[in-house]
Write a new protein. Structure first.
Length: 83
């Protein structure tokens, strides 16, 4: 996956869903922001997500995208709301 638009669709949606949804808690995206940092130089994209804050009703998740050569590709910030 060398296309950043393809990475945005795949990594942002899946990581946020996995990080925030459990059988007893469902979260949907309220806002998201993608900051592109550089171009892909490797042949594999890697994403890591971190829950910044999980509040009573709102949550914030940061998703970092790098390639296998440790180049920073993008940072995605997602805010969600429990439904």
């Amino acid at each position: 996956m060398k296309n950043l638009e393809e990475a945005k669709k795949y990594f942002g949606n899946d990581h946020f869903a996995v990080a925030t949804n459990t059988p007893d808690c469902h979260v949907v995206t309220s806002t998201s922001q993608i900051t592109y940092l550089g171009t892909v130089k490797g042949d594999t994209l890697i994403s890591e997500s971190q829950i910044i804050k999980m509040g009573k009703n709102l949550c914030t998740v940061q998703i970092n995208i790098t390639d296998n050569k440790e180049n920073k590709i993008a940072v995605i910030m997602v805010n969600g709301i429990r439904v």
